[in-house]
Design a protein around this ligand. Structure first.
Ligand code: AMP
Ligand code: MG
Length: 422
């Protein structure tokens, strides 16, 4: 049985929907969002960004043989002399992809190419640049090499029978290459999440509509579309829905029918909450929160049918910040990802930042390297929750934690870099 919101709330110490801390929101959401179970078996080229649904066990070792890390000469490392150059006779060439077979005397060596299988008994490679070649003989100067140098071991990257990738890992470009190096063409991934989004508000214009006084173009639909797409979700766009109970109810019903999660913006602030609240409660199990944060604060969360609901505030920056802080981690969990959130970085603030203890604040920051290579951060200026240009200019959020007070220039602050998230 899935826990009800009331059951989750009862487990959280001191839960107060009127004054939730940011960490309590995430603790709540991590209990609410249960990973999907559906899987697909898909081609590697289709799997970038998807979440692995089963451990991927190596069917082979990579590399499959001990091999040379350099172009040079392979020989027995035990014959190296501490104080005298080693003279060897070149009796053949080992090319990559062709195993060299033959007998080697104690003073013989082989010319060898990078990646070529180490011939039996040879364990060390002298790089080409190090040796002097005279006719069929080489001379390796003393003091530059130790036994075993420039040899790669069989299985040093991946060992046969062991998990090369774990269930829950996101397929990155590096993981794509790793899977390919095992000779595997198809992998099991969790199915993609379907997420529906609509904007609410009588004052919200869709693109293509003529401007009118007091109305604003719908930007949240685009930022949310972009952030969901970056996560690899299938996005279902349900447009703009006016503040009309009948139309809103129909939109929620359609979204719940088709999707794993529903995201809305607008209509959850104090002045508006009442009729939306009644309607959402009628349709599902929904809580209305006031979160101790800025920007953000009001948010509705719950389930309608089988879909998770995230009712975000309307202000464009608040939408992006609440998405990054809460919705993104919850959706990653729903997708089956086991990834940890990226670490916060420390940067020296170049400015005074006004802040009261008792709420978490997210200021838009521009992080760069100081002359000594350490990180420094300045804000983008006006931090109004409608100033979307601040999100465009920023490369991360300065996170001023719940109990933190004013920041003076030179103080260290935490920053959450956007990286690939937005
Ligand atoms: P609300 O949360 O509905 O009170 O909206 C707060 C502010 O965000 C108001 O100024 C709205 O006009 C604005 N807003 C709400 N939804 C959108 C949207 N989809 N695109 C741009 N601005 C919006
Ligand atoms: Mg509104």
């Amino acid at each position: 049985m899935r826990p009800s919101l009331a059951a989750i709330a009862a487990e959280l110490q001191g839960y107060d929907p009127q004054a939730l801390r940011v960490d309590e929101v995430n603790a709540f959401l991590s209990r609410l969002a249960e990973p999907v179970t559906g899987q697909e078996h898909i081609d590697l080229f289709q799997s970038l960004g998807r979440i692995l649904a089963q451990d991927l066990v190596s069917p082979i070792s990579v590399p499959a043989h001990d091999n040379s890390a350099m172009d040079g000469y392979a020989f027995r490392g035990a014959t190296l002399l501490p104080d005298r150059a080693l003279e060897l006779k070149v009796v053949g060439t080992a090319l990559a992809g062709v195993a060299w077979r033959g007998e080697l005397g104690p003073e013989d060596c082989l010319k060898i190419m990078t990646g070529a299988v180490m011939p039996n008994g040879l364990d060390t490679v002298a790089p080409q640049e190090l040796v002097t070649l005279e006719g069929e003989h080489i001379s390796i100067p003393a003091g530059f090499l130790r036994q075993g140098d420039n040899r790669r071991f069989k299985g040093e990257d991946l060992e046969e029978g062991y998990a090369a990738l774990l269930k829950g890992e996101r397929i990155s470009p590096a993981a794509l290459g790793l899977v390919a190096s095992l000779g595997i063409r198809q992998i099991h991934v969790y199915r993609r999440l379907k997420v529906a989004y609509f904007s609410t508000g009588d004052e919200i214009l869709s693109l293509g509509e003529l401007p009118r006084e007091g109305a604003v173009y719908d930007s949240n639909r685009y930022t949310v579309f972009g952030m969901l797409s970056k996560l690899g979700c299938e996005v279902i766009d349900l447009g703009v829905v006016p503040d009309d109970p009948v139309l809103l109810e129909a939109a929620f019903a359609e979204a719940a029918e088709r999707c794993d999660a529903i995201i809305t913006s607008g209509g959850v602030s104090v002045g508006e909450a009442d009729f939306t609240k009644a309607m959402m409660k009628k349709l599902g199990d929904v809580e209305f929160w006031k979160i101790a944060m800025r920007p953000g604060r009001p948010m509705a969360v719950g389930r309608i049918g089988n879909a998770l609901l995230f009712g975000l505030p309307g202000n464009p920056v608040a939408v992006m910040v609440t998405f990054l802080a809460f919705v993104r981690p919850a959706l990653l969990r729903l997708m089956g990802s086991t990834a940890l959130l990226p670490p916060l970085l420390k940067a020296q603030s170049l400015e005074t930042l006004r802040k009261k203890p008792g709420r978490t604040e997210y200021q838009r920051g521009i992080v760069s390297n100081a002359a000594d290579g350490s990180l420094m951060v300045r804000t983008t200026g006006n931090q109004g929750s409608g100033v979307l240009s601040s999100m465009v200019q920023a490369n991360g959020l300065i996170v001023l934690h719940h109990q933190q007070d004013h920041v003076a220039p030179g103080d260290t602050v935490d920053v959450m870099m956007f990286d690939g998230a937005i």
